[in-house]
Design a protein around this ligand. Structure first.
Ligand SMILES: NC(=O)CCC(=O)C(=O)O
Length: 264
């Protein structure tokens, strides 16, 4: 499957600009044969958390309309990164996923809020996992800081995900953690990891991209540049079964040893 990663330089507190950029890039990657598109985290507003009352997407309505239309028009699956939303009285960091027929197949609110970027002061955490199917692919989707919780990603792999999508706004200062953790999650879960970071800066952080597509054996198939760009990369999902047969980690797990420890 041809996967397009769109590593945007997200404009701070400028949803109009960001929506038009996303529309432009999705049209472009579709014309280059992309079958599935992945966007970064909080691409509508960036971390303009103090302005969410004015800027967050009410019930994700606009995002859902735009992504559904793009998915249908260009016949691409869209893992819509995440956007800031207002649902009821609360704000969330929300991922929407659409099939290539424009159908909403998943909605996920970031489960682990990142204190270093003040998310815990403005956002509510989600409480649901995110496993979904796109065509014949079983996938999971988590967001940025969720990456630091291996048990959360493992739970998605155990629930059937053969590929984990991970949109992010991961700052340059910790980009070495990003690369190592992504590779580790692919190897330990024996799945693809497709992670899309942003570029550019906001008032508090600089972001240097380096989005990654990693195969289940840990091989890095693509690393993004440090500036805004996109790539369309061919991925063979059958590699998951090969790796899981070569080292049968899932058969060799001994959950009865470790699950009681999690309950403490
Ligand atoms: N947006 C985020 O969740 C950032 C996470 C991050 O930078 C980290 O180091 O973890």
């Amino acid at each position: 499957m041809k996967i397009a990663c769109i590593q945007l330089d997200v404009a701070f507190a400028e949803p109009e600009k960001n929506f038009s950029n996303v529309q432009k890039y999705i049209k472009k990657v579709a014309s280059e044969g992309a079958e599935l598109v992945v966007l970064p985290e909080m691409w509508n507003t960036a971390y303009a958390l103090t302005q969410l009352e004015q800027l967050a997407d009410p019930e994700g309505q606009r995002t859902k309309e735009v992504l559904s239309e793009l998915a249908r028009t260009y016949h691409v699956h869209i893992v819509g990164g995440s956007v800031s939303t207002k649902k009821g009285d609360h704000f969330y960091n929300t991922m929407y996923v659409f099939s290539n027929e424009g159908e909403l197949v998943a909605e996920y609110d970031k489960a682990h809020l990142f204190r270093l970027m003040d998310e815990h002061l403005y956002l509510q955490a989600g409480n649901q996992a995110n496993v979904f199917s796109l065509g014949s692919i079983q996938a999971g989707g988590v967001i940025c800081y969720d990456l630091r919780f291996p048990e959360w990603l493992r739970a998605h792999a155990l629930a059937g995900a053969k590929v984990l999508f991970l949109p992010a706004q991961w700052p340059e200062t910790r980009i070495d953690h990003w690369k190592i953790l992504l590779q580790a999650r692919a190897i330990e879960n024996q799945c693809f990891v497709i992670a899309v970071n942003r570029t550019g800066d906001d008032p508090n952080n600089q972001f240097n991209g380096q989005s990654m597509i990693i195969a289940p054996w840990g091989k890095v198939l693509w690393t993004g540049a440090e500036h805004e760009e996109y790539a369309v990369i061919d991925v063979d999902f059958s590699e998951v079964e090969e790796v899981r047969t070569r080292i049968p980690v899932y058969e060799d797990r001994r959950p009865s040893l470790y699950e009681p420890l999690f309950e403490k």
